[in-house]
Design a protein around this ligand. Structure first.
Ligand SMILES: Nc1nc2c(c(=O)[nH]1)N[C@H]1C(S)=C(S)[C@@H](COP(=O)(O)O)O[C@H]1N2
Ligand SMILES: [Mo]
Length: 242
């Protein structure tokens, strides 16, 4: 059992450990970074009488987003020290700087963000480099089947099959809501997996490793679906945006 799992209790997905970051503390300033066993959404649900849509005004970041981090603190990175490493089953492993990523063709997608806990943010623009482009540049080997994503928070991870990763609606995102991605939203670079629940969109992305099998990510080890299609996974019936 790895450290991600060992800290958790009975493995039920509801047992999310979420630390409130500075972002969420405006109207909720009485709460000083607690560990919430029922999760941020449970806590906020109690505050707002279980009306997730009524919460937007409570959060200073606005726009309906909730701040999530499974790590208690995350280092800040910017153009001076950010690095994204692509390795594993590839012919040309490479480390990209932020300038390298900005110099590549950018794709813009505008879709609804859907969290598996229910909250949804309509029409959210993301911009960045298609993951498929980076994979093509790396020269994925024939034995490859999947991708493992790692993060510079030191804890979070995610996964996709190689077929999923080659979809045109999956980005290594540099911008969100028409701004460079700020620290709290996983900047300077996060993954954006448009057709799946937002837990697939790993924040603070630092590693893309091509592997021979899917290694379930952080929440997937705790019971969430690995194939996290909006409306077709996790027992949910949300309607995906086209
Ligand atoms: N590194 C990292 N990425 C993460 C998470 C996290 O805790 N750590 N939480 C995931 C979940 S469950 C959601 S809903 C979104 C939240 O993104 P936001 O904080 O920008 O709203 O990030 C996803 N990516
Ligand atoms: Mo989420």
């Amino acid at each position: 059992m790895n450290s991600e799992q060992s800290e958790d209790h009975d493995g039920r997905p509801i047992g999310r450990r979420v630390f409130l970051g500075t972002l969420g503390l405006g109207a909720l300033g009485v709460v000083a970074a607690p560990t919430l066993q029922r999760g941020l959404e449970g806590f906020l649900g109690a505050v707002a009488g279980n009306d997730p849509t009524g919460l937007t005004g409570l959060l200073p970041n606005g726009g309906g987003f909730r701040y999530y981090s499974v790590a208690a603190s995350v280092p800040h990175k910017d153009a001076t020290d950010y690095q994204l490493k692509i390795d594993g089953l590839v012919d040309h492993p490479r480390t990209y700087t932020l300038a390298d990523l900005r110099a590549l063709p950018q794709t813009r997608l505008v879709k609804d963000v859907q969290c598996v806990t229910g909250w949804r943010v309509p029409g959210t623009p993301f911009e960045g480099v298609r993951l498929s482009r980076l994979l093509d540049a790396a020269g994925v080997r024939d034995t490859a089947k999947a991708i493992r994503f790692t993060c510079f928070d030191g804890t979070y991870s995610e996964s996709l099959t190689l077929d999923q990763a080659r979809r045109p609606d999956i980005l290594v995102a540099l911008r969100m809501q028409n701004k460079d991605i700020g620290h709290d939203h996983g900047g300077p670079v996060r993954l954006y997996v448009a057709p799946m629940y937002f837990y697939k969109s790993a924040k603070w992305l630092s590693g893309i490793t091509v592997t021979d099998r899917v290694q379930p990510g952080y929440w997937e080890n705790l019971g969430y679906d690995v194939d996290a299609w909006v409306g077709k996974s996790n027992g949910r019936t949300d309607v995906p945006t086209s």
